[in-house]
Design a protein around this ligand. Sequence first.
Ligand SMILES: [Zn+2]
Length: 294
Amino acid sequence: MKSPRFITFFLISLIIFSCSTVPLTNRKQLAMIPQSELLAMSFAQYDAFLDSTHLSSNQEQVEMVKRVGRNIEGAVVQYLFDNNYAQLLEGFNWEFNLVEDNQANAWCMPGGKVVVYTGILPITQDENGLAVVMGHEIAHAIADHGNERMSQGMLQQYGGVALSVALQNQPAETQSLWMMAYGVGSYYGALLPYSRLHESEADHLGLIFMSIAGYNPEASISFWQRMAAASGGQSPPEFMSTHPSNDTRISNLQKWMPEALKYYNKNDGGSSGNKSGGSGTGSSGDPKKVKIGG
Ligand SMILES: [Zn+2]
């Protein structure tokens, strides 16, 4: 029989070796699910979701979602390579789809599998607004928030010891944890809203990613104001009540804005080429009028 001391040692080792670090914020997090397992589940669930839903046939909007997605993908790849986090992108297979659905929602599953719902487009209004949403959702995936939620769920459910058992021999339990962590809207029901910590982190990373991609980060403030006005009591799971209060969110965005604008203004001179795409559909964003550090 194993001694309690051995089990404690095993548990502590498991947890220590299951820690990773979130890019940009450098927060240590629990991430017990191997990337290969996560991606396999993600790709299967993503395809199943797409089979169960209607893709938008509005070519202009579909192209916009793919264009903004690819630009943010480029920014994420650049940021992670520049900051020695390239390994986080292993096995990624980016995809950006627009589905016909009235919910004001969007999400990104592990490996860069993004869905935007048509119902959020009236709130995003233009490509800068869409970049806020897609940057935020992609940031949740890059910061591995789903893995962290699944790992916390596993610790609660199995005490951490039976990770491999849970993954290999109890597919139903693993599946239900997956659904809790990643469930996609009303289709699956039981989605846990992200915590405030995760939301703030996604706001911060998303702001930097959109700025590197050439989209005006100041659009984030007006987007979240429109989102708050539009979602009175009817928020979809990803935008539910554990989000930071709108005031907190906006004061955080303002705090990070000088950092974001440095990345955004670096794009001047046309090296990235996304800036015209970012502001070309009705945005009034003009980086020259921006007051840095105010
Ligand atoms: Zn979020």
